[in-house]
Design a protein around this ligand. Structure first.
Ligand code: GDP
Ligand code: ZN
Length: 307
């Protein structure tokens, strides 16, 4: 039988079988464990797996993991070289943002977008709570949206309270596996509950360091959408699996800088103060905005922008 892993709890995997949506708890064959040696977990949420029912049982054994189109990872812990698979086969990364109440900084947005580019996952920005933005605030909101549209990202405007833009979000999610992120308080649960009522969305962190500095791990969960598709809810980019970038690689993940890279004098140009740098020239002429360039420098300097 074939199904999609929607939840893992360490040694058990919940596998959903379409079209009945039956959920079968499965274990994995020992052989698969060996395969996943560089990851702490060989199977993850979003994986398509082949499994067999255990004779006379309601449970199954996973025999095979189908080839992944992509996978999100994070370091298992600070000391280990091993990585933890967060999710696989993600079609879309959706960031819910609010320019205020609470504020999502441009730096945070750019980190998210850069991570998505690094994973080759299309990203979309949803600006929620637009009912709260009038007058000057609305102009500022539209400026931010214009900034990201000019770079090439789809931006949606929503208000859950006024039922604006919800169909567009629904359409965007239909028949895809989407990872949804955003600061606490931007309205993720409210938005998801509005388009998929009854879906019990947990917005708690899927991984965090406890106060004692010990790494505790809970696992991401995928939710089936009633109109087709799946979503994984994650609270922030830490869970999105921010990769450690090589300094010269970062500009590749800024959509508007990418085509310029070959035009720099030095092929290992970091676009900071090198002569004949195509990115610096583009910042001067404005085709790369100050805002995005500032985020670029910030990531290059490895500043943690988690807020
Ligand atoms: P989450 O932490 O991202 O899941 O955020 P919640 O869904 O818990 O929402 C946080 C607060 O924002 C709640 O009080 C919601 O009622 C409110 N909220 C959500 N969407 C909107 C919106 O479109 N407009 C306004 N004004 N408030 C909203
Ligand atoms: Zn350069």
């Amino acid at each position: 039988m074939q199904g999609i892993v929607i939840k893992s709890t360490g040694s058990w995997y919940n596998v959903m079988v379409e079209p009945t949506l039956a959920v079968i708890p499965c274990r994995i064959k020992g052989k698969l464990r060996l395969k996943g040696i560089k990851h702490t977990n060989p199977v993850t949420v979003g994986d398509t797996v082949i499994f067999e029912m255990e004779p006379g049982q309601e449970t199954g054994v996973i025999q095979e993991v189908k080839e992944r189109t992509n996978h999100l990872i994070r370091k298992a812990n600070n000391l280990s070289k091993q990585t933890h698979l967060i999710a696989a086969n993600i079609d879309l990364a959706m960031l819910i943002v609010t320019p205020a109440f609470p504020k999502t900084s441009l730096g945070f947005i750019d980190r998210f977008l850069v991570s998505a580019e690094a994973y080759h996952i299309p990203a979309v920005l949803v600006f929620n709570k637009i009912d709260l933005f009038t007058g000057n605030a609305q102009e500022l909101l539209d400026d931010v949206i214009k900034l990201y549209e000019n770079v090439g990202y789809t931006c949606l405007k929503t208000s859950v309270t006024q039922q604006i833009g919800l169909d567009a979000v629904k359409q965007m999610l239909t028949n895809k596996k989407t990872i949804i992120s955003g600061h606490s308080g931007v309205g993720k649960s409210t938005l998801i509950n509005a388009i998929a009522p009854g879906l019990q969305l947990k917005t708690s962190a899927i991984s965090d360091y406890s106060l004692k500095g010990k790494h505790t791990t809970t696992f991401a969960e995928m939710h089936k959408l009633p109109f087709g598709g799946y979503i994984i809810d994650t609270p922030g980019i830490r869970e999105f699996g921010l990769v450690d970038f090589e300094p010269t690689e970062i500009s590749h993940y800024f959509k508007e800088m990418q085509p310029l890279i070959g035009q720099c004098k030095y092929n290992n140009c970091k676009h900071v103060n090198e002569p004949d740098c195509a990115v610096l020239k583009a910042v001067e002429t404005g085709s790369v905005t100050q805002e995005r360039y500032y985020s670029y420098l910030s990531i290059l300097n490895n500043n943690n922008i988690y807020e």
